[in-house]
Ligand binder design. Structure first.
Ligand code: ZN
Length: 130
């Protein structure tokens, strides 16, 4: 294990981008095998090689730059999915709707009848059935 640690000194290691590539590669391998797509399977080799290359790379600045570019697209996507997941999870207890003025997503507890809602973003008041 010590030899491996010495080997990895000064090398970049793994980050979110490598992990995402790895997961994408595994999914594509699965699809490639399921539909017998040789070209796709070949492409996954390129992805896995890129993972190894990025992990072993000594050009840390370049790898960090790649990871930052990846995160710039990935983070908004992730928070969008997280929001949608939370809405689905809590939709039994809360009713979701958009503010008629600023389109901010709002929620109220279900089963309170018609209530006056004040948008937290633009302070618009409107009546909403809960
Ligand atoms: Zn609003």
């Amino acid at each position: 294990m010590n030899g491996f640690r010495n080997f990895m000194i000064g090398r970049y290691g793994t980050d979110q981008f490598t992990l995402a590539l790895l997961i994408a590669g595994m999914i594509l391998t699965f699809i490639g095998n399921a539909f017998k797509l040789k070209l796709l399977t070949m492409f996954t080799y390129v992805i896995f090689l890129a993972c190894v290359y990025r992990t072993m790379s000594r050009n840390i600045t370049a790898r960090q730059k790649e990871n930052n570019t990846f995160l710039r697209y990935w983070n908004p996507l992730r928070s969008w999915f997280k929001t949608k997941y939370n809405i689905v999870k809590s939709s039994r207890n809360y009713k979701y709707f958009k503010c008629p003025k600023c389109k901010q997503e709002l929620r109220v507890p279900r089963g309170r009848g018609k209530i006056v809602v004040t948008c937290q973003k633009c302070n618009t008041k409107f009546i909403q059935k809960s």
